[in-house]
Design a protein around this ligand. Structure first.
Ligand SMILES: Cc1cc2nc3c(=O)[nH]c(=O)nc-3n(C[C@H](O)[C@H](O)[C@H](O)COP(=O)(O)OP(=O)(O)OC[C@H]3O[C@@H](n4cnc5c(N)ncnc54)[C@H](O)[C@@H]3O)c2cc1C
Length: 383
């Protein structure tokens, strides 16, 4: 696997792994108050310098440009320790990425450094009640009046809703142009008219909810890029970050494999450890092989992104699709190896079983990844 990494990345993996061992695997995560824990984790990741990988050097980061491999390494290792820690890291990247891709230097200087220090929490608001997979059907409107835009609409399933300071919001400035009439804005949490409507509880710890824009006035300098570029900004962000969702899936699956191996060597049935049965060995072999394939696809896609190759969309979708689907299968097998203990609330495999599920849905469902992959293949072979 090392062939994809430079020496800094190998060192980064060592650093984050040892931080996860000390701070997450040692059992210090409190899932009973998700928001408080989420906040604590962001602050800690900021202080430790890990959030600096989500932004470029000029704006508080470590590297000249953000590297998909750095983000993937960090998400893989964090997810192995705690799904909530991974989510909080991932959201700092998702909320920063549109600003990095399309923001002015002024916008970057204002918003990115506090996100990289863990002092500001970021959010990305695209999904709406009627616009999930079909993002081009979004209805939130931004109407220009004088030197400001007035935004009206509802966004649901927004990670960090009510917790974030910085929201990147997608809204229609020209409804007739549909997807080409979408624009992106940075909206600060204390802007009048930005209202938290609901907090949504998921099967795994994840701060998320619904926000509404009720005649929310945003100065025109908050527009990211130009009017009409919003959908391109959203899709570019997702293309660049999808392998990192696969990386998180790899981290969760890695943990499940470790738990399954450990348990199978200690649980005695029919006079011997489960690990001695060929049936268990076949499971472990299949889990490890799928995991290895996932990891290769994830880091290949991240490497392609870092090199700026033009096939990144297809590879990015393949990595997310395969790694998240494989992680679900791997974790299911790990749970099966644990027998009844696997479904007892609070055991690591039970938690992993709930943690992995959303990865096949957010940032484009598995079905949408298949559509993207097929479309790129068919477009490359036009008759
Ligand atoms: C944990 C979590 C965090 C999230 N965080 C954010 C966030 O921070 N910001 C944000 O904007 N959004 C966020 N989302 C929303 C997420 O991006 C959407 O849930 C996702 O895009 C799917 O949309 P939907 O839920 O409306 O499902 P729908 O689009 O209604 O899809 C329902 C089912 O139909 C399938 N389907 C839809 N269209 C097709 C098709 N053309 N062909 C075949 N099958 C199809 C889907 O694959 C899915 O299985 C989050 C979601 C989750 C679960």
């Amino acid at each position: 696997m090392d062939l994809f990494f430079d020496s800094e990345q190998l060192a980064l993996r060592r650093d984050i792994r040892s931080w996860v061992e000390k701070n997450l695997l040692a059992g210090k995560i409190d899932n009973s108050n998700i928001e408080q824990e989420a906040l604590r984790l962001v602050r800690q990741l900021g202080r430790e310098g890990f959030l600096r990988y989500v932004t470029p050097k000029n704006f508080g980061g470590v590297r000249e440009c953000v590297q998909a491999r750095d983000l993937s390494i960090l998400r893989e290792e964090l997810a192995r320790g705690s799904s909530l820690a991974d989510t909080m890291f991932a959201m700092q990247a998702l909320g920063s990425s549109p600003i990095i891709h399309a923001g002015s230097d002024q916008q970057k200087a204002r918003y990115l450094p506090p996100i990289a220090r863990g002092e500001a929490i970021a959010a990305f608001a695209l999904t709406e009640p009627q616009a999930g997979s079909d993002v081009s059907s979004l209805e939130t409107r931004a109407i220009k009046r004088g030197g400001e835009y007035r935004i009206t609409g509802v966004k649901c399933f927004i990670s960090n809703a009510g917790l974030a300071q910085t929201y990147v919001v997608f809204a229609l400035t020209d409804p007739e142009k549909r997807a080409k009439g979408v624009s992106a804005f940075v909206v600060e949490a204390d802007t009048p008219g930005l209202v938290l409507k609901e907090k949504t509880q998921l099967i795994s710890p994840h701060p998320i909810g619904t926000i509404a824009f009720e005649e929310c006035s945003v100065p025109e300098i908050q527009l990211l890029g130009r009017e009409g570029e919003g959908m391109k900004i959203a899709l570019t962000t997702l293309d660049h970050l999808r392998p990192t969702v696969g990386a998180a899936a790899v981290g969760l699956a890695q943990r499940a494999l470790e738990e399954a191996i450990r348990y199978s060597q200690s649980r005695i049935q029919f006079g011997q450890a489960l690990a001695k049965f060929q049936g268990t060995q076949f499971k472990v072999a299949e889990m490890a092989t799928e995991l290895e394939a996932s990891r290769l696809l994830v880091y290949q896609a991240a490497w392609i992104i870092d090199r700026g190759q033009d096939n990144l969309r297809q590879k990015s979708s393949m990595a997310k699709l395969f790694a998240t689907e494989a992680a679900q299968r791997i974790i299911d097998q790990a749970l099966q190896i644990h027998g009844g203990l696997g479904v007892v609330v609070g055991t690591p495999v039970e938690q992993l079983y709930r943690d992995v599920r959303a990865l096949r849905i957010y940032e484009g469902t598995s079905e949408i990844q298949k559509l993207i992959i097929a479309r790129t293949l068919l477009a490359n072979n036009k008759k």
